[in-house]
Design a protein around this ligand. Sequence first.
Ligand code: GLC
Length: 809
Amino acid sequence: MPLQPQIPMNLRNESIGTIQHFSWQENGLSGLAGNKQFSIKFYTSKICRIQASKHEAFDENPFSVVLPPQKVSIDAKETDQSLTLKTANIQLEIKRSPLRLCFKNNHGQILNEDDPAFGISWLGHEVTNYKTLSPNEVFLGLGEKGGGLNRRGSSFVNWNSDAFAFGNDTDPLYLSAPFYIGIREGQPYGIFFDNTHKTHFNFGASNNNRFSYFGAEAGDLNYYFIQGDTVLEVIQEYARLTGTSQLPPKWSLGFQQCRYSYYPDHEVYTVADTFRKKRIPADVIYLDIHYMEDYKAFTFDKNRFPDPKGLIEKLEAQGFKVVVILDPGIATQPGYGTYDRGVEKDIFVKYPDGSRFEASVWPGNSHFTDFTAKEGRDWWADELKFYTDKGLEGFWNDMNEPACWGQDIPNLIEFDYEGQTASHKKARNIYGFQMVRATFEGAKKQLNNKRPFTLTRAGFAGVQRYSAVWTGDNVAGDEDMLLGVRLVNSLGMTGIPVSGYDVGGFVGESAPALFARWLAVATFAPFFRVHSMVNVRDSEPWAYGEEVEEISRNYINLRYQLMPYLYSLFFEAHHKGNPINRSLAVDYYNDQNIYQGNAQNEFTLGQWLLVCPTTTTQEYAKIYLPQGKWYNFFTDELHEGGCHMLVETQMEDLPVFAKEGAIIPLQNVVQTTQEKTDGILKLHLYFGEVETHQTYYEDDGSTYNFEQGQYCKREIYFNGKMGTLQVAKQEGSYTSEFHSLKIHLHGFEANSFEINGESVTFHVEDLQLLAPITEFDPLPQRPKRDYWSKGVKTLEIPFTQEEINLNWK
Ligand code: GLC
């Protein structure tokens, strides 16, 4: 008889077995199930960590989680069949044979449970946790991933990749954040799979909804289950676990102009002058790879940029900051100082035989700094002095997936991984994160209390603590514009609130209408930068004709008017992990309409401003207004939400709405964030019979003095039913740059007002947030929009540090 080929047992799926023994530990328990180690530990009453391993010691990722386990009060029960652990927020039921977990909330509703057949399983070195799927379970987040808002029915891979010209279906992209939010029977929860190997997530794809799962090619099962009463709370808990974003320098919230590349220096001057001459506000100009000598990091090309320090000073005098690109590859050229010092310090990535890994990137043959080693990061941080000595405060880290020509880095190369020694398989996804960490730490060390700005392409969960993120080499297309918005929305739900995309598209060329729309949409993005590839058309706001120039000026002006609101949102991101652009799934996750059509691209800036990106290929667009009342931000026209709306979209139009109860602080237009305002803080309130709250936050925008209490924070409470607005007494010792508070009331019918108990009279004004566009030849088919908010009630009062109470009847 011929032999039947058989799959060896160790290559078939093997689920974790019965609990053999366990012991109670502080905050949980640990033991052996089958022949696998496991540990269950509460970090807070809402966060529980699960580990399971084939090995004696658990695998650790020292880079992502910053929260140590807190003291949690746990009520534990034991029966022959199961163990139950109860905290104030989570009820965890552990079945003993085989080991299976079921997380419930404190009302006993199941949030997440192991699949009864497979639970935690191994297939060779691969570990996977299979979970049951409830019929309408929704999946959100997972960071920089294309596809729809609800990830149900899709699967994804995390493996940081140089995804040039990516599309909606390209996966993986540049950055990995293995954290998702599930919503089961209306109840949200989060899962952070803390494993830096290549990981897979499957939300019911190709298995007819039998289960969802997450798994890794190697390493342990190591995840954090998070309970939150709302999606926002899950995001905030995740941010406690992996850290929140920096409060960046205020100039990085301004408009940023980039291209691959502006050179020589006089071209940079021309761009800067043109912004100022045309009175289009801007804060930042970028130097892409051509500023370097043969693309070598830590050099300036002597012919193109003979006096970098002078350039930076001159631009600074015009209110511009300069950001330079910096790639991880160091040219292997003896005599090139950076290379020689790197060899001497022995900080380059090596093969297991001790020889240095070499691959080709922009500067030619290169070694790669081992940023997963403290010595590597420290060395890099010191090298950065080359730039900070010249006055640079902004750094753009690119190619840090890491990317090399040929793409396929051999997996055997080794990284320090904080003393653990790990192959490329384990270290790749963490590399970019550690590079930008080194860049941030170096810049911070040398900038003498000034806040650096850092931008990265690759990253991993936790990268938000060090950097803003941009979504890499996108394509100039309408659908790509929308994809970028969804990526930013998703990153925001994944604890990475500060991100953006190349406005106008990096690859290819935008039509004028697309550039105009893209720029309008990005006005509301956390990171606002135009960028385009080498050898394509010019892509400054004036490069697409006069009409686009006017539209661009209008929206960039609006960006600067929004600055007090935006900066307050950056503070909330820094303080609590709140997303700045909120997908509708943040506040309206149980409304099924948001998972369909254009609603998937919509977002609110903070809680109040609904932005509905629409393509330029349609004259009419169907948008969705979530429940509540919404004021057109440009005309004050009031709309009832909870329904779709058909809007006509001309080139200059972007549907933007303010929600009833909105509290939005604005300022006058300035040409750069470094220019002083007129000193009047314009507080816009939109009437509704609702109760709302907004934090207003301000500080010097450039130093760390806020950490010593030098800030100005005001809690603002609106109550439409009672007819009250309270601006609470100032917290913090910073003197606001605003001396006056101009209150703007939209949609208020009341006519009797009191401030701090004294009767006051409001004036009636007509306002324009966007200026009308000139009628250019050939005359457009339809009349141009003229945006007026008519009959706004206004009153200017001193902006003292004391409590301000407004009442109306
Ligand atoms: C990469 C970056 C891009 C940059 C180019 C040249 O493609 O993603 O933004 O312009 O390299 O440095």
